[in-house]
Write a new protein. Structure first.
Length: 358
């Protein structure tokens, strides 16, 4: 098959969507498909790794912002290019696509955020969000899940929230490690400290780092890893900044901790949660994520990001016995092997390819 992947940032940039794109490219190439990328390349995000030179690059540019007229020209260019491909995987969140594209059976839109993100709830706030959302509708920058014929979502709960009423939908959670790698993590008998772990961008606008320090760091020890606005971390007896983790060292860091915390104001399906559960580390996350319920179930903790809710959960965590904690760890490992392994990811995408190749 000839496959075209549409991205906002080129695949070698730093970010979760870019990691997802690299996974797709590797798998498609391994399966013998011809893969091309059309990247808006919207800004100069840090380059994470070398380009995958087996990928045909159709467009690149470096700009600091998007203009609506410029976007219309780009989407028209993409529409013309897409005629030469068997499958177009769209990972561009908001763009003024034509009705021809929305009607096409060759296009598939991939979820990367929660339903409320597409309605601008987390960026614009509850008062401005409806106005901005109306403006997006006016300029035909529509909610993609209500217009495309084919979709990929993270979980059954996301499918329900997005209220997709037409076309075909495929449920595909993220992945990071093979089942063999997760089994190796499970065999490791490493001692874990009682601290909470945070790995990610040091940022307050989305990642809510100040809130984590205030609510978790008040009575619990928290170690922060990551780049960004380091000055946001206010070190004291409970709060420590540990630097940036190299990609190859992430699993080793996770296995030193009992708990992972991420209380972002909004998220998609962060790879860091896949890494945490694959290493057998239960998570404490807010209910603002796509797939939040799917990722917590009966082995982790889901909160509404309100102080009283988190305080109750922290009290429960303090009383968990060693035996009960081991059960949570075991459930995390088993959930990861069944749902978050590379084998499961490849099998799910193989179903997509078969559907479009039939």
């Amino acid at each position: 098959m000839k496959i075209l992947i549409l991205t906002e940032h080129m695949h070698n940039r730093l970010g979760g969507i870019e990691t997802y794109t690299r996974l797709l490219m590797d798998y498609f190439y391994k399966e013998g498909h011809e893969v091309s990328e059309f990247s808006f390349d919207l800004d100069s995000l840090m380059v994470l790794e070398d380009e995958k030179y087996f990928i045909k690059q159709l467009h690149r540019r470096d700009i600091k912002f998007r203009k609506l007229l410029d976007l219309r020209k780009l989407t028209k260019k993409i529409e013309n290019i897409s005629k030469d491909y068997d499958l177009i995987i769209n990972q561009i969140n908001n763009a003024p696509w034509s009705n021809n594209i929305y009607k096409s059976e060759k296009w598939i839109f991939v979820q990367h955020f929660s339903s409320n993100f597409f309605k601008q709830h987390y960026i614009a706030g509850k008062f401005l969000a409806p106005i901005i959302y109306f403006g997006m509708w006016l300029f035909k920058i529509k909610n993609p899940f209500k217009n495309f014929q084919n979709h990929v979502v993270f979980s059954k709960s996301d499918l329900d929230q997005l209220k997709i009423k037409k076309g075909k939908t495929f449920i595909i959670p993220l992945a990071k490690y093979t089942v063999a790698e997760i089994n190796d993590f499970q065999k490791n008998k490493l001692s874990r400290n009682d601290k909470f772990l945070y790995i990610g961008r040091i940022d307050n606008r989305q990642k809510n780092v100040n809130f984590i320090q205030k609510i978790i760091g008040d009575k619990n020890k928290v170690d922060f890893y990551g780049g960004g606005k380091i000055n946001l971390i206010k070190e004291d007896k409970n709060i420590k900044y540990k630097g940036i983790v190299k990609p190859g060292d992430i699993s080793a860091v996770f296995q030193k901790y009992k708990w992972f915390v991420l209380l972002s104001k909004y998220e998609g399906f962060p790879f860091v949660l896949v890494e945490s559960l694959s290493c057998g580390v239960p998570i404490l996350i807010s209910n603002s994520f796509a797939s939040a319920k799917f990722l917590t179930q009966n082995f982790s903790f889901l909160v509404k990001s309100r102080k009283k809710d988190i305080d109750k959960i922290l009290d429960v965590i303090k009383t968990i016995s060693d035996n009960d904690y081991k059960k949570l760890v075991h459930k995390s490992f088993e959930f990861a092997k069944e749902n978050l392994s590379l084998e499961a990811f490849h099998n799910n995408w193989n179903k997509v390819l078969k559907n479009f190749n039939s």
